[in-house]
Design a protein. Structure first.
Length: 219
């Protein structure tokens, strides 16, 4: 199975036990799609790989995906209402990074809304419907922060973190605990970076761990 980066792994530890396996799967799917987008090479091949994920997660094509651990886990249990639609948005977000043209700010915002909004709604499951606006906006900021931390182009990273800052996630309605607690903590972890327009290479540092612990102690 796809391993998780340290921050996502820690976030999963704060999920309720009953939701932990599902949330880990959602983060793993995002990482698998990220690997497709990062692989480089012919964009057509990457698009075909993303279309495969569309077929198994969104269209539920049972002729594909047998033996793939993440797909088997996706199919094994009962998925939350809206999971397929959120997965489609997540895939579409990553697809936006595959074009041959340089990304402008509108492209970056569209990528972040789909990848981040889709991911946060997927992680939230059925608890997400009551907090959709805050989740989608938080996910958008997260996706821009994460992109800035991992791209090699300094100019692209700077634009991504500026867009995340300008989205003002600190002004959003607070997210409750329970199933949504990991996403509330994710927002708390990235906010200081956004306020300072600071790019965190690799997406995780000791400072983020400290922020996570402090936010968790507050509830």
């Amino acid at each position: 199975m796809t391993d998780l980066p340290p921050l996502q792994r820690l976030l999963c530890a704060y999920a309720p036990a009953a939701a932990r396996e599902w949330q880990r799967l959602c983060w793993q799917l995002d990482q698998r799609l990220a690997a497709v987008a990062r692989r480089g090479g012919d964009p057509t091949i990457a698009a075909i790989r993303l279309a495969w994920w569309d077929a198994v997660l969104v269209e539920d094509d049972r002729a594909k995906g047998g033996g793939e651990p993440l797909v088997e886990q996706w199919r094994a249990g009962s998925r939350p209402v809206g999971a397929a639609a959120a997965a489609e948005q997540l895939i579409d977000g990553w697809r936006l990074l595959l074009g041959p043209e340089a990304l402008n700010d509108a492209d970056l915002e569209a990528y972040a809304r789909r990848r981040g909004g889709g991911l946060f709604m997927l992680v939230a499951g059925e608890a997400g419907a009551a907090h959709e606006d805050a989740l989608r906006a938080s996910g958008t900021a997260w996706a821009l922060w994460d992109l800035a931390a991992h791209v090699r182009d300094p100019g692209l990273a700077t634009r991504a973190i500026a867009l995340a800052r300008d989205s003002r996630p600190d002004a959003l309605a607070p997210l409750p605990g329970g199933v949504l607690r990991p996403l509330r903590l994710a927002r708390a972890v990235i906010l200081p970076d956004l306020r300072a327009s600071r790019i965190s290479a690799g997406g995780f540092a000791l400072a983020h761990y400290g922020r996570l612990l402090r936010a968790a102690l507050r509830g």
